[in-house]
Unconditional design. Structure first.
Length: 572
């Protein structure tokens, strides 16, 4: 068979080599089997050794060209790299499937203020920042559109800076015509409502008026609502800006607003826990028996009974041995002839004055008498009874004194702890008031504004201006932690102090990262619930070379319980 040999074939590219590596696929698609199988034909068998050698040599040459003459391939390293890449892709897939609103740090978020609104009457509410909410009457309906009556729980919160945006997990990106923007916010709020623990809706043709306190007076902002299903923002138009006049008083914090905060409610719960703990401790103290009654001597001229009863036959009456029962003056029907009767049955029970008198029932055939009698003693029986009483009283007094002392100690400890909780509540009220006062005093008169708009549904609303990402330094970055380890994180947040925004970059490494070197910047990210950050002065090490830059983040070891603590830590 005559073969054509091409001596000047163009050099094979690396892409073509990669595409041809699946030899089984190439073989199946280019060789048609007919008659005797190709693998058994003599000419194929004679060429197999040459073909095998050629393939091995080609593979060696390709490896040599890609690694260098003196560098050897590490199969184990390649497998690890592939496994790491697969793990990272799975991690990204999980992150991308999270809900639209996903707070990055568990247990840390902007708290809601809770108001109780009577549906039939509506309400006018004040928030701690000076914002105002006006709820019309009959504004709430259930899932079926039925008008609700009675008390409705309204939950409201606001977000005013990058720290608020960050902890809330509310996305601040806006996609328009395929272009990704970041929101610069003049203020954001969220409002939801519940009745009996079930979320409710707003009635048609009803709207809630919002006067959102803001530090930004500009008119370039639009009003947006977050669509949590589409994970994007819908533009609702413009809000109105109302300046706060110099003569307007600084809004005063309302006590009921503070009391509805989670921090205050936690302290209220602590007070109840302390009270319950005190009750448990007191209940566990040894209880003294009933105070023994001092035995009385029989009075002259009175009628008495003694019970001649066999204590072996009636052991329950053995306690009355040596005791006389004096007939009380209140027994107007008593007749001394009762002494002449041998009674078949005598029953003693506690009387109206427990421990002091008894009810004595005497029975003889059809005769029955009920008498009120008093235990008395005489002679030696009186001496014995007095001695027994004294012994019992001493034991009773000792037990009682110990209990009283223990109760005083428990009460003192309770009052000390209660005073600490009350002091925390007072400090909380003072801190909230100071924060609000400072917020308004630190703004110039022309910056004190309310951004006014109406909403006809519940959710997250934002007064925003879409902004492009900061420019100046541009490069690719790899986010690292300690020991030169790539952080397993998805969202990386840039804080630019010149803009009231939180710029988000996705996936590590970041293909395109940019920032304004003339501004004060910070970087945040979270790995497995742990917060990392890059300090403003560390941005000097990021060079806009167009290549890749490694960014080594600082681990934040402090555990934040409130957003205020986080703001203090990062100097907001």
């Amino acid at each position: 068979m005559k073969r054509k040999i091409n001596l000047n074939r163009p050099e094979i590219s690396s892409e073509e080599i990669q595409s041809r590596k699946n030899f089984d696929s190439v073989f199946k698609s280019h060789v048609k089997v007919s008659g005797k199988p190709l693998l058994k034909k003599p000419w194929f068998l004679s060429s197999l050794v040459v073909a095998t050698v050629a393939i091995v040599v080609t593979a060696v040459l390709l490896n040599k060209n890609s690694k260098g003459d003196n560098q050897k391939s590490n199969p184990q390293s390649n497998i690890s790299a592939i496994a790491d890449s697969m793990t990272l892709q799975a991690f990204y897939k999980i992150e991308e499937s999270k809900p639209c609103i996903s707070p990055p740090i568990k247990g840390l978020n902007v708290p809601y203020a809770t108001y109780t609104v009577v549906a039939e009457t509506g309400a006018s509410l004040d928030f701690k920042t000076g914002s105002k909410l006006t709820i019309p009457k009959n504004a709430f309906v259930d899932d079926n559109g039925k008008l609700l009556k009675g008390e409705v729980e309204l939950r409201y919160r606001e977000f005013h800076d990058a720290a608020d945006f960050f902890v809330s997990g509310i996305p601040m990106t806006f996609d328009s015509a395929g272009v990704k923007y970041q929101f610069e916010s003049a203020g954001m709020m969220e409002m939801v409502a519940f009745q009996n623990g079930k979320q409710v809706n707003m009635a048609q043709q009803k709207s809630i008026n919002v006067e959102l306190a803001s530090n930004y007076k500009g008119t370039e902002y639009n009003l947006y609502k977050l669509d949590t299903l589409k994970n994007n923002w819908s533009c609702l138009g413009k809000d109105r800006v109302k300046a706060i006049q110099p003569e307007d008083p600084i809004p005063q914090i309302k006590t009921n607003v503070v009391k509805e905060t989670p921090e205050y409610k936690t302290l209220e719960t602590k007070k109840i826990e302390l009270q319950n703990d005190k009750a448990v401790q007191i209940a566990a103290l040894p209880k003294p028996t009933a105070e023994p009654k001092k035995p009385k001597q029989v009075k002259k001229g009175t009628y008495t009974f003694n019970l001649d009863v066999d204590s072996k036959e009636f052991p329950e009456l053995a306690v009355y041995e040596g005791v006389l029962f004096e007939v009380g003056d209140e027994n107007v029907s008593f007749n001394k002839s009762m002494y002449d009767i041998t009674w078949d049955e005598a029953i003693i029970k506690d009387g109206t004055k427990k421990g002091e008198n008894y009810n004595l029932t005497l029975k003889k055939l059809s005769k029955k008498y009920d008498l009120i009698v008093y235990p008395v003693f005489e002679g030696k029986n009186l001496e014995t009874a007095l001695k027994t009483f004294q012994d019992k009283f001493e034991k009773y007094k000792t037990t009682l004194d110990k209990r009283i002392a223990s109760e005083k100690r428990i009460e003192a400890d309770y009052q000390t702890k209660l005073a600490m909780v009350k002091k925390q509540q007072q400090d909380l009220e003072a801190r909230w008031k100071k924060q609000m006062d400072d917020q308004f005093r630190n703004m110039s008169t022309e910056e004190k504004v309310s951004r006014m708009f109406a909403i006809n549904s519940f959710g997250v609303f934002n007064c925003d201006n879409p902004s492009v990402y900061p420019q100046g330094v541009k490069c690719s970055v790899v986010i690292k932690g300690d020991k030169d380890r790539n952080l397993k994180c998805y969202d990386v947040y840039l804080v630019d102090k010149q803009k009231n925004a939180l710029f988000t970059f996705s996936k590590n490494p970041i293909a395109t990262f940019s920032f304004n070197p003339q501004s004060v910047n910070m970087l945040w990210t979270v790995e497995d619930g742990v917060l990392y950050w890059l300090k403003p002065e560390q941005f000097e090490n990021i060079k806009g070379t167009g290549g890749t830059c490694n960014i080594v983040m600082n681990r934040v070891n402090q555990k934040f319980t409130t957003v205020d603590e986080l703001k203090t830590y990062f100097n907001f």
